[in-house]
Design a protein around this ligand. Structure first.
Ligand code: ADP
Ligand code: MG
Ligand code: MG
Length: 946
């Protein structure tokens, strides 16, 4: 998910360098003072403002940490000689200073900025505040990682009551001058003076209505002058001061407001979802304006070099004639597809295609660009790596390899590991889907099947989801503050907006099925309903849609497994599925570079088979207790637990043995000779017995109806045993190795089952590698005790079968003491497997089962950035892992090391495991493809011991 994982190999060292820039800067500042104190040696002062223009820029695309993504790419495009309006970037360092100094830009920076304004005036051939020849600028936010629409941008800055007349005189276009001014007052009023947008929009709509027009473009200069006057009245009334007329003051205010917008709630929420650190800050770009709103020969648009939904190699985008800035994405007017541009302005279109194709080659990634055409002259305003669906990511990366744009190794870095899990998501069963009529069709913004209950606000989406419901979020259009609702929904459906509208961009990035611009829907968000073709859909009614075709249906449709799963299950031929073949290609590139082994956590043969098909080469965790719940087994298990003497217990265990042996045989076979780690029984025994409360109710009922009912005595005995086994803190209670020590016959039976299954396979001349794992070891003597039993029983069993098999005995490292004394534990262990779930639980002292009650608050308060049960806490829990690795290997250099906790399938954690030098990671079968790719990226980006 963290899109900043998609650093190209080249950019990675730069990013690393920049990451350490902050401490370095501090250190050198200190050094600077020291130098000043001794000799007045000249030291280059820190640079805070970077110019771009007239074919040359101070920065380039590698400087995203300092310039933000937008600034770095504007610099790069300028250096490449592309038509970029000149400007300068105030660096992200200034944003950090702004917050450090109590939301104030240090005065020392003003002269550097002023010098750049002068330089810009020269490059643009116009002056800020000049009536004869006014320079207008945009003030644009831009952090290292793009956060579409989350922060603020102001256009047309520099206009005031006088310069607007100057602009009119210069262009001979009064309508345009006043259109620009009204836009400026609204943006400045909203962003800098914090006057709600609707206050302005309401007034604007009022004027439109009074003039009897529907489109903004139909308003005359006269009407726009009226709008400006009304806006100024609003500003005075709401802010208590007249609209500021001094352009220098406007500029400082806008700059500071952009810094302030870094911390607005939606930007913070976005960073939380995408794991972007709060500390990096945003840059501010000040850039000479070009105008798409001068008339019919002008326009503005956005686009992609390839289709970001499907990955298809097609020029993709939208534009609006006679418009400015966000008009295209805001969904105010419905934009035209970019192909139309070829008809109306062929020259500009041709140039745009040539430039963007070149950009794609330079960046070696799909580009998402913004442009403006002023009187038929094209200007590039932005380029960045395009956000895309998981599906598109895989298509594009494999196409790039075929086109020789990137090498297979580089292609690995073009796909987010999570993209592969999107490909495994279900679609609709075509037969079921066909049964319902199509209610309407919208633009297919993000593929995937969505079915759920309609809700009409982001808040409702969250509330309903919290009640366990599946919802589809229906909105006229989405805005950046809807993202929490979009995040939890099955899909997003909007009535307006194009393929590059907010809903479309965010939907693709989240991998959420999305349809936008379904214009036939009459959506009433207030009444929480929509109507279509005479039918009304109310909140809570089911709707379904297909994000690839754009079709919307009313009702619920069952989904079916993805193509890839069908191929894996043998229900579809690999040749018949294009996406399967691409999926396999990316994974095969990954396997060539990764150094971590990939295993799966699988308890049953069919899971093991799936894991093997996905590319797991080994089982990292086979939980034997899951087998105890299998059909016909639980009564035997309960008899074993109820036994009050060893003989009875052994009798029950003997009955269990053949079941376990057959399970192990199946799992071994599914792995074709790859190692299989089997964990001895782990949970507290009461988990296999009925709940105390349930038993009490049953007994009470039986006693009330018939005191002599058969089974009553058994129930009472069971209750007695349940009460005996009751623990106050079962997770720290009688479980894991502690069971094996108190009931050695359980260890004996499990060993016998494992080794006899292995012997059976050995006799069939099939390769088999059992690894027997003792859980929850905190003291070497616990392991020594159990290992003695395992070795004795294994020897007996092999003798019975008359064959020898190689097996290993090891332990899980999941108790902090086990990690801290790993040098001792390693004397008895041939392998360690980090059980990071329990290790996290015991290191934090957070109960895994209760943490949900307060974890959200911890995250809101930024006490914890992430759920430590999902993504390994590198600083604390990771330190224990590292200690155990070092101490374990000091005792036994060839100690095998792996991880079998949930973290084994988490890309960020995989990077950590690569760093500490584990041999393998293990995760649920469905996460195997994600882990293969993540491990390859880790191998490329992390050096062991970094
Ligand atoms: P965001 O990051 O939200 O996309 P931008 O800073 O890119 O914000 O600005 C949004 C839009 O404003 C741009 O796509 C462009 O249409 C318009 N814009 C920004 N700067 C200029 C400029 N110097 N001249 C003309 N239009 C501009
Ligand atoms: Mg932009
Ligand atoms: Mg455990």
């Amino acid at each position: 998910m963290a899109k900043h994982a998609r650093t190209t190999k080249k950019a990675a060292p730069a990013a690393r360098k920049a990451k350490s820039a902050a401490p370095v800067r501090k250190a050198s500042a200190k050094a600077g003072r020291a130098v000043k104190a001794t000799a007045k040696a000249a030291r280059k002062p820190a640079k805070y403002v970077y110019f771009f223009g007239s074919g040359k820029a101070d920065g380039d695309r590698t400087m995203k940490d300092t310039l933000g993504g937008k600034g770095a790419n504007l610099a790069e495009m300028t250096n490449a000689g592309l038509p970029v309006p000149p400007g300068f970037t105030v660096s992200t360092d200034v944003c950090r200073l702004y917050y450090e100094q109590g939301r104030k830009v240090p005065a020392a920076i003003e002269p550097e900025m002023e010098a750049n304004v002068r330089k810009l005036e020269k490059a643009a051939g116009a002056q800020l505040g000049s009536v004869k020849n006014p320079l207008l600028v945009s003030v644009r936010s831009g952090a290292k990682f793009s956060m579409p629409g989350m922060m603020d941008t102001i256009l047309n800055l520099g206009l005031n009551d006088e310069t607007v007349e100057g602009l009119k005189a210069r262009t001979g276009n009064g309508r345009f001058a006043y259109d620009s001014y009204r836009r400026f007052i609204q943006m400045f009023g909203n962003v800098v003076l914090e006057i709600p947008k609707d206050t302005f929009e309401h007034e604007f709509d009022g004027v439109k209505k009074a003039k009897g027009v529907t489109q903004d473009t139909e308003l005359t200069e006269e009407a726009l002058r009226d709008v400006v006057a009304r806006y100024k009245t609003i500003v005075k009334a709401k802010s208590g001061k007249p609209f500021p007329q001094d352009p220098a003051q406007q500029l400082r205010g806008a700059r500071d407001a952009v810094f302030r917008s870094w911390n607005n709630p939606r930007a913070r929420e976005y960073r939380r979802i995408y794991d972007i650190p709060d500390s990096i800050g945003t840059a501010v770009n000040v850039q000479a304006m070009v105008f798409g709103n001068t008339g019919e020969r002008s326009g503005t648009g956005v686009g992609f070099t390839r289709n970001p939904a499907t990955g298809a190699k097609e020029f993709f985008g939208e534009f609006l004639i006679n418009a400015q800035g966000e008009d295209v994405v805001a969904g105010i007017r419905t934009p035209q597809p970019i192909a139309e541009l070829e008809k109306v302005m062929p020259k500009a279109y041709k140039e745009l295609r040539a430039i963007t194709t070149r950009l794609e080659k330079t960046y070696r990634d799909i580009q998402d660009f913004e442009f403006t055409i002023q009187d038929e002259t094209l200007y590039m305003l932005q380029t960045r790596s395009g956000k895309r669906t998981g599906y598109a990511a895989v298509v594009i990366a494999t196409d790039f390899v075929a086109e020789k744009l990137v090498t297979p190794t580089e292609a690995i870095l073009l796909v987010e590991p999570e993209a592969l899990s999107q490909l495994l998501a279900p679609g609709f069963d075509p037969a079921e889907w066909k049964k319902l009529p199509v209610a309407t069709k919208g633009l297919p913004a993000s593929p995937g099947a969505a079915s759920g209950q309609a809700v009409f606000s982001a808040e409702d989406a969250v509330a309903w989801t919290n009640q366990g419901k599946k919802v589809v979020l229906v909105r006229k259009e989405t805005a950046p503050d809807d993202i929490h609702g979009m995040f939890v929904s099955q899909g997003i459906l909007t009535g307006t907006g194009g393929m590059t509208s907010h809903a479309a961009v965010v939907g693709r990035q989240m991998g959420k099925p999305s349809i936008v611009g379904a214009g036939a829907l009459r959506i009433d968000e207030k009444a929480k309903q929509f109507s279509i073709g005479g039918q009304t859909v109310k909140e809570g009614d089911y709707i379904s849609f297909d994000g690839l075709s754009g079709e919307v249906k009313i009702g619920q449709v069952a989904s079916k497994p993805s193509e890839i799963l069908q191929v894996v299950a043998g229900q579809m031929k690999p040749e018949a599925s294009d996406i399967y073949q691409r999926f396999v290609k990316i994974l095969s590139y990954s396997d060539k570079v990764r150094t971590l082994g990939i295993r799966a956590n699988a308890d049953l043969p069919d899971q093991a088979e799936l894991a093997y098909a996905f590319g797991a080469r080994g089982i990292g965790l086979c939980r034997t207790e899951h087998m105890f719940f299998g059909e016909g087994r639980i009564p035997i298990v309960q008899r074993m637990i109820l036994a009050d003497n060893e003989a009875d217990r052994r009798a029950a265990l003997d009955e269990l043995l053949p079941f376990q042996r057959d399970d192990f045989y199946g799992v071994f076979k599914a792995m074709h000779g790859s190692p299989v780690t089997i964990r001895m029984i782990d949970p507290p025994l009461h988990e296999f017995l009925p709940k105390r409360e349930d038993l009490m109710v049953e007994i009470a009922k039986l006693e009330a109806s018939n005191g002599k009912a058969p089974g009553l005595a058994e129930k009472k005995a069971l209750l007695h045993r349940v009460e005996q086994l009751h623990e106050f803190n079962p997770m720290l209670g009688h479980r894991g190795v502690r069971l094996g020590i108190t009931y050695p016959e359980i260890t004996e039976m499990q060993t016998r089952a494992i080794i006899s299954a292995a012997c059976q396979l050995a006799k069939e001349k099939q390769p088999v590698v059992p690894e027997i794992m003792i859980p929850l070891v905190g003291h070497v003597k616990e392991l020594r005790d159990q290992k003695a039993i395992v070795d004795r029983v294994a020897a007996e069993t092999m003798k019975e079968y008359g064959v020898k098999v190689k097996y290993l005995v090891g332990t899980m490292i999941e108790v902090p003491r086990g990690a801290l004394t790993a040098n001792e534990v390693a004397q008895e262990a041939q392998f360690f497997s980090f059980g990071t779930n329990d290790l996290t639980q015991m290191t934090f002292g957070f109960s895994r089962d209760d943490v949900g009650k307060f974890l959200g608050i911890y995250q809101d308060k930024k006490i914890l950035e992430r759920d430590p049960f999902q993504s390994l806490d590198a600083t604390g829990v990771g330190q224990l892992v590292q200690i155990a690795v070092e101490k374990g290997r000091a005792t036994k250099a060839d100690l095998k090391l792996g991880v079998c906790g949930e973290h084994g399938g988490d890309p960020a954690s995989i990077h950590f495991f690569q760093k500490v030098g584990l041999d393998y990671v293990s995760m649920s079968p469905y996460r195997v493809p994600v882990a293969r790719l993540a491990a390859a990226q880790a191998a490329l980006q992390v050096k062991v011991g970094d």
